[in-house]
Design a protein around this ligand. Structure first.
Ligand code: ITT
Length: 203
């Protein structure tokens, strides 16, 4: 059975990938299991550039086929910010609560119909030799005016899903894993990932 390194330092993402990828006929391993503690710098200006940067760097470091994701929140009233800067939006030492507070302050007074937003996720899978495939997924929502719910991570408590009538953080994890940007990107990459792996096996 082939091995796939899931390369993220984000515990929330890691939890989700353990579920999202569990039906793949591959052995999943994680950064701490392979002794990699480096944080690869993200210098790209798009989710795709950063996802490819992370996947190729960790594949080179580990010698394993590697999956990485770059994801974030695009708020229309802010011209798509925080976007690729979602993790660093409130500074390098801030936590999820600080980022949520900052975003709610920036959107103060903005009416509900102008608070539209989406989560975007680009997954990249790279081989140690530098071959890469990518896939993306999005989910549309509205920025709530206060946080609600305790599931998920990041901006989930303020990401309101109008057709569900609740925030992403109020959905049980298995439900988020059916509809999220990450779930959609994972579904899109799976068949291509299987082809990618079998092509390597034949070499
Ligand atoms: P890795 O690079 O190690 O994977 P990271 O947290 O730095 O971890 P990103 O650069 O892709 O990852 O930043 C993504 C940020 O976007 C993340 O820290 C959250 O703030 C936000 N985000 C992404 N997916 C999310 C989700 O499903 N729910 C809520 N917030 C999310």
């Amino acid at each position: 059975m082939q091995t796939l390194l899931v390369a993220t330092h984000n515990k929330g993402k890691l939890r989700e990938y353990k579920e999202l990828l569990r039906d793949l006929p591959v052995r999943l391993v994680y950064l701490d299991e392979v002794g990699i503690h480096e944080d690869v710098p993200e210098t790209g200006s798009t989710f795709e550039e950063n996802a490819v940067q992370k996947a190729t760097a960790y594949a080179r470091l580990s010698g394993l086929v590697t999956l990485a994701d770059d994801s974030g929140l695009e708020v229309d009233a802010l011209g798509g910010r925080p976007g690729v800067h979602s993790a660093r939006y409130a500074g390098p030492n801030a936590g999820d609560d600080d980022r949520i507070r900052k975003l709610l302050a920036e959107l103060e007074g903005v009416p509900p119909e102008q608070r539209t937003a989406r989560f975007r996720c680009v997954i990249a899978v790279a081989s140690p030799e530098g071959d890469v495939i990518t896939a993306q997924g999005t989910v549309e929502g509205v920025i709530a005016d206060a946080p609600r719910g305790h599931h998920g991570f990041g901006y989930d408590p303020i990401f309101y899903l109008p057709d569900r009538g609740c925030t992403m953080a109020e959905l049980p994890p298995e439900e988020k894993n059916r509809i999220s940007h990450r779930a959609r990107a994972a579904e899109a990459i799976k068949p291509r990932l299987m082809k990618f792996l079998s092509a390597r096996q034949g070499r």
